[in-house]
Ligand binder design. Sequence first.
Ligand code: 5GP
Ligand code: ZN
Length: 220
Amino acid sequence: VWRGALIEYIEHPERFPDNVLRVTADTVLIKDAFPKATIHLLLLPRSPAHYLLHPHTALADPAFLSMMREEAAVAAKLAAAELARQLGSFSVSNRARNEALDKGGVAFDELPPGRDYAKEIRVGIHAHPSMAHLHVHIISRDMHSERSKHRKHYNTFNTPFFVPLVDYPLAEDDVRRETGFQNANLARELVCWRCGKGFGNKFAELKRHLEEEFEEWKRE
Ligand code: 5GP
Ligand code: ZN
């Protein structure tokens, strides 16, 4: 994977009709190509003055941060609607859904009354991103994915390495800025996001356990 690959979506969103969900003057919302959970989207800002800055630096700009928060909120609603659809507990007709998406909106008013799917969506940033262009992860909390293949993948989303967008701007002395702290997070023992059970470094066992948790979580 080339570190700079995300620039293509920013500059030429029209070339990726299957992956691009929403385009505004300020942002592009795409599907993550290697999803680490049932729903995994990336929100990319288009501002060249910001997109190559470290996220902690870029999101210290109040106007930029507030734009990103607004767009992330729209993205999270879209993600929640898609999660609801995929978990299959209700069915929006494809036509209604596509019409809503065409208008730049989403089917969020079609969420069922029973479950609040928005609560299952997390919005945040990796403290040390691997891709060069700034991106906010919008990800369902299940971590149920064939693309999650090792401890680091899991821990980048399930330790303080994942910094919720609502926590920005980070204080100057926030420990999450420290490389040593973040390297330790990636090397931490594996812990189930749902029940808190520890799995040491036994990734295969965690994966089997996540299968069981997924079945129960779906039916919550
Ligand atoms: P990071 O660790 O930098 O916060 O996450 C980068 C994310 O970008 C990863 O979740 C990875 O799966 C995703 N990714 C890497 N390359 C591509 C690509 O070319 N297209 C898309 N859509 N996602 C990508
Ligand atoms: Zn568990």
